[in-house]
Each structure stands twice: as C-alpha cells, then as structure tokens.
Design a protein around this ligand. Structure first.
Ligand code: AMP
Ligand code: ZN
Length: 486
C-alpha cells in the first residue's frame, strides 16, 4: 500500500512523493506566544508530531520546522497591557510552550524560528513583491494586491468576484466574506507602542502572514508538507500561497494538511469563547499528559473531536493498560519453547496498523490492531505459552508502536523496582509495579513465600488476603511475585 495523504489544495487523497527521494521538508504553523496554549492548539502540534513520527517510522528523514509568532496584533496588545517589552512578554509564553510540548512527548523540531529574528529577510521579500508588481504602498502599510495573483483562492475556494478595487484589510485575522488586499507590512501607529523596526519602509512591523512565508522558505526552501489547523486555511495559508508563489514564480508547498478542531460541547475550543483548558490546568488536576496526548491523537486528524473529562479518563485507562502490558513483557521470564504465534501476531499487527496509517494517517482504524495484539499476547503470557525470547520480541514490537504514538509506554517498566531475596536455595524476585512498600509489608511477602515453599497454602493465602485488604495485590510469576496496587 502506498502512503497517501489528503491534500487540502487538491481536495483529494494523493500518493505521497516528497520532492527529494527520502527526505521530507515539513513546516508547522506554531504558536502565537501571547498566552498559554490550550489543548486545542496542542491537537495541532500532536498531529504534526504523529505525522513526523510515522514518516520516520516509514524511513523518511524529516526536516521539521515550527515557527513562533512573536509579533502580531495579539502579542503587542498583551505586552502593552502588562507594561512589558514584547520580548519579555513573549519569552514567558515561549518558555511555557517548550515545557508543554516536552510534557506531551512531542519530538523537538529542527528549529523554531521567531518572527522578530527575521525582520530584515521579510523586508527583502516584500521589496521583491513590490518590484514584481504584487504589492503596493497604502496609507498605513504595504499591501499585497490579490488581483495580481490569478489563482488567489485555490486553497480555500474563496470567490473574489465581487472584490471592490483597492479594498484592504489591516488586521491579521478576518473572515471569508472579506477577501481583500492584506497587509504585508504595517506602518507604526500608536497602538504599537514601542514595537517597531526602522527599515527602508520607515517605522513599522510585519503582518502575520508574511512571517510564515519568510520563516519557512528561509529554513527549508520549498516545502513538501505544510500543516496547521483548519482555521488557518483562510486567510493565513491562502495568503502564504499568494505571497510565496508570487515571489518564487513556482509552487510553494506540495501537500497542505490541516487538522480539525478540538471541540467543547460542540464548539471550537478557543480563547475567545473562553471554553478552553490549558495543558497546565489539566496537569494540575492530576491528569496524565500521556493520556491527554492519547486522547488528542486517537481521533482521525480530519475529524472533529469533542473534549470531555470522561473521554480523558477512558484515555487514562487505555494508556495504563498499555503500560502494564509493556511492563509485564519486560519482566516475563519462562524457559518454554518459542511460540510461533508471537511472530505471527506481530506481523498481523504491523500489517493492519500500517495499512490504516498509510491511508491518510488513520489512527482510529490502526489502533484496534494494536489492541488485538495486546490481548493475544496477554493471554499467551498468562497461560505461560511463550518463551522469554518471545516476550522480548513482543516488547520490541511495542516499542515500535510506542515510537509512532509517542506515549512513553515503557516509563513504568523503566522505573519499576525489583529486588531479589534468596529463599530455599533459589532466587525469589519481588517486583514493584507502580507501588512503594515498607519493610513490614516486604517481610509479609517473604513470609508468604516461605509458606508456599513448604506447601502451607492456607497460611500463604491468609497473608495474601490480608495484604489485599490493604489494597496491595500479589501476583505470582515464574520465579517471583509482582506487587501492585488494587
Ligand atoms: P494560534 O496560536 O492561535 O496561532 O494557533 C496555533 C495552532 O492551533 C493553529 O494551527 C490553529 O489552527 C490551532 N488551533 C487553534 N484552536 C484549535 C482547536 N480548538 N482545535 C484544534 N486546533 C486548534
Ligand atoms: Zn503560520
């Protein structure tokens, strides 16, 4: 099965063929650092990260760049409100952003250019647009003339028939009824306070759209993939195409990929509606960041996803189940012969999973193959019908899935504590699964094992029961016991 992606530009699924054989140049519209990002924003970045991880799994080298929008209408407003310099203000939220993506196990991009660090490049870019007849000077800024770009509207499908000549829009964000010439450069006015650059155009600052064209091309040249949420299709990405292709005289991006929104009670999670959760809010309430990631990636990226705390709790259960499975595999030991069912199960799981992912990253169709694999191997493990080598193979397979999904599933296995005690001339292993216990309980566990060795089953069971009443569960293993919480 070839890899196919839905391309917003052509409105169909297309076979993925990057410009250079195994190398993918990908740009993701990053955060506007004017506030803490909400988990709707993170749906965008988790999508971009999953896409990157899957491409890497498919042996592509991915050059990924994500920008930080650190000068626009919103950042200037925020900095002025708090009496901070633009840099002080945006640094606070840039720092928070990096902490948040780390918590969500999002792989770092190759670079995170900041708009304020590429102003001169933007000026040069706009000069070329003026020279080519695509931009002109208005009274309050330099504007892109959309009538000079005949295919304007090809991404969003917007009609510009009724365009009033010379109608233009200065704000960065505006709606579809408003296709107009848009600002590339804004001359300083008092709302900008001390935010301006002295350039050949005079005192001023860039518009939002030009920032992404310049940052992406500067870092990557023309792009294979450009991503963002669907709200960016118009005007942001439509304008990026117009500017960039007018500048280049050739196509700018091969595949445009857009994620749908995260909703709350049927409406887009957004700052303006006030119906948002930041990652921080949820972590403070004790939610697991990997469950949040799982929830965000488990829906198809082109489907709307409704956020509820119930869905988050169920994601938590799923992630914990996967972790326990990985942990059990990593401690499984048996002298049994290899069971051919394991390799078969691995092959089946990957085939199904990859077939679904190859089809426009269909995560919800891919995941059931993973869960079937977990169930199948769990039952072989529980009945002891597999070898230690089988468990290692299954563990490696889980680590491949874990790379694609980015759920840090081996964390508990990594951190799990184990100790050995010599009993009756052989090693008795106690492993603690997500639990810490005191010496008294440990002695009870050892006492129980002594009873078992001398076949005093009743006494052994009595201890197990008494621990169970304290919420501590003992499960016997090949040469030891697993201790966990109820
Ligand atoms: P912003 O910081 O507002 O520029 O948004 C950053 C990214 O988050 C953009 O790609 C937006 O399209 C995306 N985004 C904003 N709100 C949502 C939402 N509720 N669901 C999914 N993506 C969103
Ligand atoms: Zn952008």
């Amino acid at each position: 099965m070839p890899l196919v992606f839905y391309n917003t530009l052509t409105k169909k699924k297309e076979r993925f063929r990057p410009r250079r054989d195994r190398e993918v140049r990908m740009y993701n519209c990053g955060p506007t650092v004017y506030d803490y990002a909400h988990i709707g924003n993170f749906r965008s970045y988790v999508f971009a990260d999953t896409l990157r991880r899957y491409l890497e799994h498919r042996n592509y080298k991915v050059l990924q760049v994500m920008n930080l929008t650190d000068v626009d209408d919103k950042t200037i407003r925020g900095a002025r409100r708090e009496g901070l310099t633009l840099r002080e203000y945006t640094d606070r939220y840039a720092k928070a952003f990096f902490e948040d993506i780390k918590a969500l196990n999002i792989l770092p991009a190759k670079s995170y250019p900041r708009a304020t660090e590429m102003i001169q490049e933007m000026v040069e870019f706009i000069k070329v647009l003026i020279k080519k007849g695509h931009a002109y000077r208005g009274e309050d800024g330099i504007y892109f003339d959309i009538s000079s770009f005949p295919s304007y509207g090809k991404l969003s499908g917007i009609e510009i028939k009724n365009l009033k000549a010379g109608a233009r829009v200065r704000q960065d964000e505006y709606d579809k009824e408003n296709a107009q010439d848009f600002a590339l450069w804004k001359f300083w006015d008092e709302n900008d306070g001390d935010v301006y650059w002295e350039t050949e155009f005079g005192k001023g600052r860039p518009g939002w759209h030009i920032e992404c064209s310049v940052m992406s091309m500067k870092e990557l040249g023309t792009l294979d993939i450009h991503t963002g949420g669907v709200d960016l299709i118009f005007p942001h990405h439509e304008n990026e195409i117009a500017q960039s292709e007018a500048f280049l005289g050739k196509p700018f991006v091969k595949y445009w990929m857009h994620n749908e929104h995260l909703l709350v009670e049927g409406r887009k999670m957004s700052k303006s509606l006030g119906n948002f959760f930041t990652l921080r809010d949820l972590l403070k309430k004790g939610h697991d960041p990997m469950a949040i990631r799982y929830l965000l990636l488990s829906a198809h990226y082109r489907a709307k996803l409704n956020f509820t705390e119930n869905a988050l709790r169920s994601a938590e259960n799923t992630v914990n189940r996967l972790r326990r499975f990985v942990e059990d595999l990593s401690f499984y030991s048996s002298k049994r012969k290899n069971n051919p069912a394991i390799e078969k199960a691995i092959r089946k799981a990957f085939q199904g999973f990859e077939r679904a992912m190859d089809d426009d990253l269909n995560v919800p169709e891919a995941l059931p193959f993973l869960f079937d694999f977990v169930s199948e191997v769990t039952s072989l493990m529980n009945s002891g019908e597999m070898s230690s080598a089988d468990a290692r193979k299954a563990y490696e397979a889980m680590m491949d899935f874990n790379f694609i999904l980015g759920l840090d599933l081996n964390r508990i296995a990594r951190e799990a504590k184990r100790e050995s005690v010599m009993l009756g001339g052989r090693e008795f292993r106690i492993r603690y699964s997500g639990i810490e216990i005191d010496e008294e309980i440990k002695q009870k566990i050892i006492e129980r094992e002594r009873f078992r060795l001398s076949r005093q089953w009743k006494e052994a069971d009595r201890i197990r029961e008494s621990l169970r009443r304290k919420g501590i569960v003992l499960e016997d293993e090949d040469n030891g016991v697993k201790v966990s919480r109820d």
